[in-house]
Design a protein. Sequence first.
Length: 645
Amino acid sequence: MHEVFEQIDKTLAGLKDFQQASVERVIENFFSEGHSERILVADEVGLGKTVVAKGVIAQMLRRKINEGVEPAEIEHPRPPFRVTYICSNLALANENRKKLAVFSDDLAKKYVREPSFGRLVELAAKEKHGANGQLLEVCSLTPSTSFSLTNSDGNVWERHILFQCLMRHNLLKPWRPVLDRLMRSEVKQSTWDTRERWFQGWYELNEDLVDEFLSDLESEVSLSEDLADWLEVSGCSCIDGLVAIGRRISGCLPDDSEKTWNELLGSVAGAASDVSSASFYRLRSELRTRLAKTCARHIRADLFILDEFQRFDSLLDMSTDSENALIAQEVFKRDSPGKILLLSATPFKALSRIEDDEVEASHQEELRHLLTFLMNSDQQRLSEYEAARKDLLATILRLRDDSFSVEDLSNAEKLRVERALSDFIARTERGQIGENVDSVFRSERLDCAEYFSQSDIKSFAAMTGLADTVDEVSQARHGHQLMEFYKSAPWALSFLGGYSFRDRLERNLKNSKVRSALGKSTMSWLPRERIANFRLNLSEEAPNAKVRGLVKRILNDRVEELLWIPPSAPHYPLQGAFAANRNFTKTLLFSAWAMVPRALSGLMSYEVERRLQKRKGSRSKYFVEDKKRSVPLMRLARISHEKVA
């Protein structure tokens, strides 16, 4: 075990001091008597929440190893320390699963077990061979593949596991060939046979889980109307429905047939016309959902990690009856599901207006929802927090009184709120871990007055005229938004796709008044012909002072020639555009409107391409339909002993 503890110590030694402090805080609370064993690490973006999670795993793994080996475990070794990592998508799951594994390289092969499941349904099949001395297993789940089930009948492996479970029921065994074809669906026979050999060679069913699942199938199922009529059944159980399918199809199934399920239905008299293939798809989905819920009740993990959980926060809601929540309840609502670590830099909206706070319409509902989960619905703890929060809010609202100053504020209420939350939330911000942290940023105010021109006014007037006409025709009001659109992007009407104003405009295009106003609003639309010929100069002609100033601020000194940001500590002397822009850096823009990223990214990309075309002396067209690949793929060619272009 020496090399194991050495690797664990190495992992923990690689943590920054503030990360180590977070790990120790999480471990302390996890193992405190009476704690909910649910904690949120809400460190600011970029401070290494995944690294903290890895440190928590290392500490918990060491504790488990130090618990010692019981005599009974010599013959039946203890299963590995299991981490179930839940995140929003499979790519992130696969990437972080390896990062969390504590061990690396040869030690990973020796001590880290390959995940025994990647979807809930896979829990019904367990590997025949044990852990073989492996100490750690990191499995991953995503809401789309494991918690949202009714929209899918599963992949081929899930359906094969489901088929194996069904074959454990005595009433279904006689109909094996038919149910084999039903669960195979449209998959090729060779692919299905491969899964069969795979299962028989490496897996066996979890008998307790399967018995519970088959028992659940004895309850009534809601078959689609056409399928129920075709089978001549009503109010039947899943088992009865499957038996009825077996009886109806069995006489039409050649032993050597490789037909898919839909092809088979086509050869059964009346089936193709009387029952839809979607009805069988729905039945398979129902079977998969029931098996997944059973598996959720049997999932075991020493540690659950929910990464960026706000993207799938329905999993935390223990009160609703949505599908995600129902299956999550099976996992998290048990007496001892395992310790739960949530990771998120932005678990809820942290900023609200004072008007929102006064009417309890701020982020409080989101935070209350989160705290209910973290505190495992402990009403005493929740009440203590709520009382402290209201007292703190009342104190802050007193600042509106001119006779009350910040110096008069007491921090007693603030400390009460912190005490109520500190057992369940750990957060580190950059300002806590170093001096002058914000010095890496440089804030500059863009003075738009020097760029303001007559075209800005004409553009707004054109947009206002069109909006007044649309409002008159549709009996709506958009005037309060137009100024924001105008200030946010040039030619705003070209970028308003998805906004209610654009929708109303398109619905009323046949109206003569709207068509007339539209013809007068050209200043608010992108000039396509000028863009097509690269004749539109954004830095001079964009009818928006902000954008003209932004283009001149960013795209100067041949910036368009940069393939990447110049290095801050170059190994070689910089040349060309890199030498002219050695201090060039990223520009961060903020906007509350979804149209802004769409507009600025497109316009800035156009302007860069226009400048490169001008320098090249080309007369190419901008739009794809107007040109035959005017810009070739980038090629690297040696043009001298010192330069590469």
